[in-house]
Design a protein around this ligand. Structure first.
Ligand code: NAP
Length: 345
């Protein structure tokens, strides 16, 4: 029902009060294409029969900023495409992916809790997804007349029947890109204190080791998870020194990959008695809402260069857009749309 209302509203056939007001910062737009400022940017052309689709599947997904900045990117590229967001239960993920493929969507993003599950559901895994065991981007492809797999964007008419879901991971590269471009930190040779060993912390630790970090110090509330991650890193990336606990002396970078800081009442994610922030050159907080957590503010006050996790979100999305469209992502436009969505600026 909600989907039907959404479709009707996209066509301009439903008025604002018929849709849950809480999900909107909506002003009625004379063009039916703009139905939700959190979900779309203004498009030149209204949705038509030739419009192509991509989407993010997650649960929950209502908070997602991806539609705002992905649609801004699509509009800037002049594509008659739309990026939507769907609440998908993990039990339905297989049929949801199959449905998107059957309807000739160009691709998908997957967010919590689907990234690991999707690795078992796609037909082919890119090396990026195989390396981290998780899929955050799917590109739908079809077999062309020469027997090569081509992205569905390559077929202007109905694509050939033989199709596949090709899984990628753009999260890991986005972490390193954010560290380089937003914080000026080069991973190779760096000593890093990593707080958190959940999904994002694990990906960060493995990627930092893969990219030549000299030493990793892992701290996690559940110590056994940090220990298991340390074992995995020692096996896969023996050139990186890895220890569970705080470094005895300075570090080039400290990174918060815990969820502490999302709420103002949260405790700090690290023990500053065990490791003073002033001993660190740079601090990266994967959290981007709020823009400055209490921990990031303390790192600033201690003299660290700092950045929040907005860049990570932007860069993983930009890489997905490039996989789908085959074109460079219009990063400035996408960043502005993301900041507008997240911070209202
Ligand atoms: P996750 O898998 O649920 O992991 C949560 C991490 O936080 C674990 O290390 C967990 O420790 C720790 N933690 C949770 N509550 C804690 C508490 N009360 N005290 C101490 N530690 C606690 O989540 P995730 O996907 O890795 O996400 C981690 C953070 O990164 C979140 O803040 C998320 O918003 C952020 N993130 C940002 C981006 C981005 O694009 N910027 C992308 C992904 C994630 P235990 O192992 O002991 O439970």
């Amino acid at each position: 029902m909600a989907l039907r209302r959404r479709v009707l509203f996209m066509r301009g056939e439903v008025s604002v009060p018929a849709v849950r007001k809480t999900s909107f910062i909506c002003t009625l737009h004379p063009r039916p294409a703009c139905y939700n400022q959190r979900v779309t940017e203004s498009f030149q052309a209204p949705i038509g029969g030739a419009t192509r689709y991509c989407a993010v599947f997650g649960s929950p997904v209502r908070h997602s900023a991806s539609p705002a900045f992905q649609n801004a990117g699509l509009a800037a590229l002049g594509l008659d495409w739309r990026y939507l967001a769907f609440e998908v239960d993990p039990e339905d993920l297989r049929v949801a992916i199959a449905g998107a493929q059957a309807m000739n969507w160009v691709g998908l993003n997957l967010t919590l809790p689907h990234k690991l599950l999707a690795a078992d559901l796609v037909d082919a895994l890119d090396e990026s997804a195989r390396a981290w065991g998780a899929v955050n981007t799917i590109r739908f492809e079809a077999l062309d007349a020469s027997g090569a797999w081509q992205p569905l964007r390559s077929f202007s008419d109905t694509p050939p029947r033989v199709r596949r879901a090709h899984g990628f991971n753009t999260d890991a590269d986005a972490i390193v890109r954010a560290l380089r471009e937003d914080l000026g930190v080069e991973v190779a040779g760096a000593t890093v204190l990593l707080l958190g060993a959940g999904g994002a912390g694990r990906t960060a630790a493995l990627k930092l080791a893969a990219d030549g970090a000299a030493a990793l110090f892992l701290v996690n509330r559940t110590r056994s998870k940090a220990e298991a991650l340390a074992v995995e890193i020692r096996t896969r990336f023996p050139a990186t020194r890895v220890e569970v606990g705080y470094p005895g002396h300075g570090a080039d970078l400290v990174m918060n990959a815990t969820s502490l800081g999302l709420r103002p009442e949260d405790p700090l994610p690290m023990d500053e008695q065990a490791f003073p922030l002033r001993e660190c050159r740079a601090a990266y907080d994967m959290i981007y809402r709020p823009a400055t957590t209490r921990w990031l503010a303390r790192a600033q006050a201690a003299g660290c260069r700092t950045a929040n996790g907005l860049g990570m979100l932007l860069y993983q999305g930009a890489a997905a857009l490039e996989l789908w469209t085959g074109q460079p992502a219009p990063l400035t436009v996408m960043r502005a749309a993301l900041e507008r969505n997240v911070y209202g600026t």
